[in-house]
Design a protein around this ligand. Structure first.
Ligand SMILES: Nc1ncnc2c1ncn2[C@@H]1O[C@H](COP(=O)(O)OP(=O)(O)OP(=O)(O)O)[C@@H](O)[C@H]1O
Length: 312
């Protein structure tokens, strides 16, 4: 495969949930390609099928029509080898395992050799030096999310699928993660798809932004983001940044004068852009992942696999 060939091809994908009496058409004729080494952000109105599309690409959900191929193969093939990592808003860590063991488990489930050095290096990089032996309930929400990101990266996946991974962390942490984490996957170019409700976050992180329509979700625009890397929080204030935020906001029909709320963050930069990039426009969900952690307490190796299987 040449370097310009897409790693992921989504061709004419449709998805209908439910039966004949009550059905929801979530996706309709979606075409999408993900360029190797690029981060593509997926934005669109609430309920337009972003998470469904990500789950189909991950092989966690079946398309009703059309096909997804990753490097020419079905998604499950790559996922079983640990070549696809998925991060959700809920970090979904196993509370009975240490931080290091949560990260190392991803290697085991992918059939790889244990690699404590790599686990330690990743934990240092995500700022969790000294917390290797801590357990998830002892960590803050942002720290847990960083463990989840380290767990995603430990297998050196070829494809990283991120579904609002910063959606449940506080504003300051979100902004820090937005700036500090991308170099981790850019150090070894990884193809990534990020679902986000925040237009500024999409502009800050992505090489390209894919805009989806209302349900049934279709791709209505692709916006290249040519801002230089590495990107810094200071770029949130540049005219180029604001122009892109406005362009994507216009495509989504966001009213520039409306305050940031719900799923459609206000564009136009300045304080509103800062707030949105910091998480102000994120979707709902458990604020700290404690529900998932707590409910799984007292688990076993079998629970480990089940929980990790459910995770990705
Ligand atoms: N398992 C399911 N069974 C039935 N309907 C579903 C299922 N999963 C998703 N849907 C429906 O499919 C549509 C798309 O949902 P999806 O979660 O993919 O949207 P989204 O764009 O990610 O939403 P949001 O931005 O609010 O997170 C919604 O109408 C949702 O109710």
């Amino acid at each position: 495969m040449g370097t310009d060939a897409p790693l992921v091809s989504v061709a004419h994908v449709g998805k209908v949930f439910g039966g004949r009496r009550r059905s929801v058409e979530a996706l309709q004729d979606v075409d999408l390609t993900l360029r190797p080494g690029a981060l593509t952000a997926l934005v669109g109105p609430s309920g337009c099928g972003k998470s469904t599309l990500l789950r189909i690409i991950a092989g966690l959900e079946r398309a009703s029509s059309g096909a997804v191929t990753i490097d020419g193969a079905a998604p499950d093939v790559l996922r079983s080898r640990g070549d696809i990592s998925v991060a959700f808003q809920d970090p979904n860590l196993l509370p009975w395992r240490t931080v290091a063991s949560n990260v190392g488990l991803a290697l085991k489930l992918a059939g790889r050799e244990p690699d404590p050095a790599r686990v330690g290096e990743l934990l240092r990089t995500v700022g969790l030096d000294g917390f290797e032996k801590a357990r998830p309930p002892q960590l803050s929400g942002g720290m847990r999310q960083r463990v989840a990101i380290a767990r995603c990266l430990v297998t050196r996946p070829r494809l990283l699928l991120l579904d609002e991974p910063f959606g449940a962390v506080d504003e300051l942490t979100r902004r820090r993660l937005n700036v500090e984490l991308p170099p981790l996957w850019q150090a070894r170019p990884t193809t990534a798809l990020l679902v986000t409700h925040s237009i500024p976050e999409a502009v800050l992180l992505a090489d390209e932004i894919v805009v989806m329509s209302d349900r049934p979700g279709r791709v209505v625009a692709r916006v290249p983001v040519d801002l230089p890397r590495p990107r810094r929080a200071a770029q949130l204030h540049s005219p180029e940044f604001h122009a892109l935020v406005d362009e994507v906001g216009d495509l989504l029909g966001v009213d520039r004068d409306a305050p940031a709320s719900g799923d459609a963050p206000a564009s136009g930069g300045g304080e509103a852009a800062d707030r949105a990039a910091g998480g102000g426009a994120a979707g709902g969900g458990a604020a700290d992942g404690s529900a998932a952690d707590g409910s799984a307490a007292g688990g076993s190796a079998a629970d480990d696999s089940a929980a990790a299987g459910a995770r990705a």
